[in-house]
Write a protein that binds this ligand. Sequence first.
Ligand code: INI
Length: 156
Amino acid sequence: MNILEGKLNLKGNEKVAIINGRFNHIITDRLVEGAKDAFIRHGGDESNLDLILVPGAFEIPFALTKAVESKKYDAICCVGAVIRGATPHFDYISAESTKGIATVGMKSGIPVSNGVLTTDTIEQAIERAGSKAGNKGAEAMVTIIEMLDLYKEMGK
Ligand code: INI
């Protein structure tokens, strides 16, 4: 059986963007740090890493569309933090962000990952931004690194 599975090595010439929804920036700054650290640790060159900042998770799919259209990037990692409040706003923002990233990502032809946290509490977000439950920004970066290599193996 031939197994196709991406490895976690970058060559150093890959152009990658992180798109960060700044809302809840105390959390999202940590996700960006995690993503950047993972990029460099896996062989990426920091000068090939762009950080695109948008106001909140809702705006991520719009910036993602522009970033894909620019054809500047080999892969794009999205991060943000949507934390439940007292109103239904959380449901609208998290649904639109998730759906938008998936829709644009699927049509993009390049690896796109979703590192947007959707949590009930700020404590849950902190746990996922570099403490008890790891760093979802780093995980989202590792995901696009693996997918980049898989696409190569698949003959992209
Ligand atoms: N944006 C977030 O990224 N996280 C949130 O928790 C959040 N809440 O709770 O309101 C949030 N709202 C802003 C939203 O993303 C848009 O920037 C805003 O609606 C303007 O379009």
